[in-house]
Design a binder for this molecule. Structure first.
Ligand code: ADP
Length: 493
């Protein structure tokens, strides 16, 4: 039997071990789906403080990583992604990673993040050599591992790893890994690389820029976001560069964990239901209304929102529309944490409009499930949304998304067509309070006046397939293309 394609997935977070955002979900799920396709895929991440060290196997030896003044020494522990045999290696360096936070306290960054993630990026390569396992493709994700493609083209030049193709995936372009230019020496790269054609960007060191230039191929997490980041409005200064590599940049949608988010088996919700038997959804709605202390009414539409309360999510604009919306005959529940001003406003609104509105300002996974199950509509007025998971959960739970047409939202929600009754949600384009008000009003009017259309839309929404299996196939194609680009011949199976 021919050797399978070997892929190393390098990431700074991976569910369920350590998570701050969507990258962790991708890292926890995509490698499993790739392994299901017969790929020899392995994951590398840091051994953070919160991880159960004792359950992991200790590998012999030490990984030696050139960093800063000299060398950093790390141990390696190994486990598997839960529910699979996919190996995951944890780089163990207490000084760098035995800390309360992954990247720093809220709204802050650790001062030595460049050094910490240089250790991860270069350490991942040193690990491969120590294991004598030479991957065909190395898949790096976001700024924390953005040095990997550059290392392959420089310090690994003429070494075994130089033949590995690199994929760089942008999960959120707003975070680029920007540091003082003088810090480049920490990475072990020479000054000749500090130039606008590589790592220098407007007088600073920009790791993402280096990855965009050095990686064999690029991807991001939805086709629309792939186009958007090539424009000034979404490119955060890297749009020109990304447009220059436009043919090498592809948008592949994230999948969802179809076991965790399944209204037919979800342990967090009041009653189970499915596309063919929606009965339980009404029970979930009544239970959520009770949980929220709202009047238990099935004759009023219930809108929900779960997420980070930040400007990315358009929460500032929604706040301007909310008071007006609460004069309509609807109920609204919201779960999230984020900007202190947004939280203060929502807390106040909850206190004065508690008859129709409930704001829960904390993190609660079970409640997020109950909101997805119990609401009629789910609101996402995002300013930008690389992929977005909540609208995918909503579709699966028959909770129609009301979204702004950006990024993954535009790719996964089909707008309601009043003539035919088709569609899976309600879409607006301009981000302003009036557009949010009008579109929520449109959903509300449809709910009251055309229940048959709503029912048909729910069925269509629940029939959508956003599984990882489909995305894994597309990633495999991307890896094979990158391999061929790097080696000059196709991968021979
Ligand atoms: P992002 O990764 O930009 O935060 P996504 O929509 O891709 O947005 O994913 C957000 C994930 O975090 C979802 O699984 C969502 O349910 C969850 N989440 C966000 N805030 C909360 C919260 N306060 N309580 C529970 N879950 C939350």
């Amino acid at each position: 039997m021919a050797a399978p394609l070997k892929v190393l997935f390098v990431t700074s977070e991976c569910a369920p071990f350590a998570k701050t955002g969507g990258l962790a979900d991708v890292a926890g799920a995509l490698p499993k789906a790739l392994a299901g396709r017969g790929i020899d895929v392995r994951v590398v991440m840091p051994l953070y403080a919160g991880i159960d060290w004792n359950s992991l196997e200790v590998l012999e030896g030490t990984v030696v990583v050139p960093v800063a003044h000299g060398r950093a020494y790390g141990g390696v522990r190994m486990g598997t992604l839960p529910g699979s045999r996919v190996p995951i290696y944890f780089l163990d360096h207490r000084g760098y990673f035995d800390r309360p936070f992954l990247y720093g306290p809220p709204q802050e960054a650790y001062g030595d993040n460049l050094e910490r993630f240089t250790f991860l990026s270069r350490g991942a390569l040193e690990l491969c050599k120590a294991l004598a396992w030479i991957p065909d493709v190395i898949h790096a994700n976001d700024w924390q591992t953005a040095l990997v493609p550059g290392f392959l083209n420089t310090v690994e030049w003429a070494q075994p790893l130089h033949g590995a193709a690199s994929i760089y995936t942008i999960h959120n372009l707003a975070y680029q890994g920007v540091f003082d230019g003088g810090a480049l020496w920490l990475t072990g790269l020479g000054w000749e690389h500090y130039k606008p054609e590589e790592f220098e960007h407007f007088g600073a060191l920009n790791l993402t820029k280096g990855a965009i230039i050095h990686s064999t191929l690029l991807s991001t997490v939805s086709p629309t976001y792939a186009r958007e980041i090539q424009t000034a409005a979404f490119g955060y200064g890297l749009d020109g560069l990304l447009a220059g590599r436009g043919d090498d940049l592809i948008g592949l949608l994230n999948g969802i964990d179809a076991h965790e988010w399944d209204p037919g088996t979800d342990p967090y919700i009041a009653a189970h239901y499915s596309r063919l038997d929606m009965g339980g959804k009404a029970e979930c709605k009544a239970a959520l209304q009770r949980e929220a202390g709202l009047p238990v009414r099935d004759d009023v539409p219930l809108f929900g929102l779960v997420g980070r309360l930040t400007s990315q999510k358009g929460i500032d604009v929604l706040a301007q529309a909310l008071e007006g919306l609460l004069n309509l005959d609807l109920q609204f529940v919201l779960l999230g944490t984020g900007d202190p001003e947004a939280e203060a406003y929502l807390r106040w609104l909850d206190s004065v409009r508690g008859d129709r509105f409930r704001a829960w300002l904390h993190f609660d996974n079970g409640r997020a499930h109950r909101i997805e199950a119990g609401c009629d509509f789910f609101v996402m007025p995002s300013r930008y949304e690389p992929c977005g998971l909540n609208q995918l959960y909503s579709l699966r739970y028959g909770t129609l998304p009301v979204v702004r047409a950006t990024g993954g939202l535009a790719d996964t929600v089909n707008n309601y067509d009043e003539l035919t009754g088709s569609g899976t949600g309600f879409i607006f384009h301009d981000l302003n309070p009036g557009a949010i008000y009008d579109t929520v009003g449109w959903a509300l009017a449809t709910w009251y006046q055309r229940p048959a259309h709503i029912k048909a839309m729910q069925e269509l929404a629940m029939a959508q397939d956003f599984s990882w299996e489909h995305s894994a196939y597309e990633y495999e194609q991307l890896y094979l293309r990158a391999y061929e680009r790097r080696r000059g011949h196709p991968f021979a199976e």
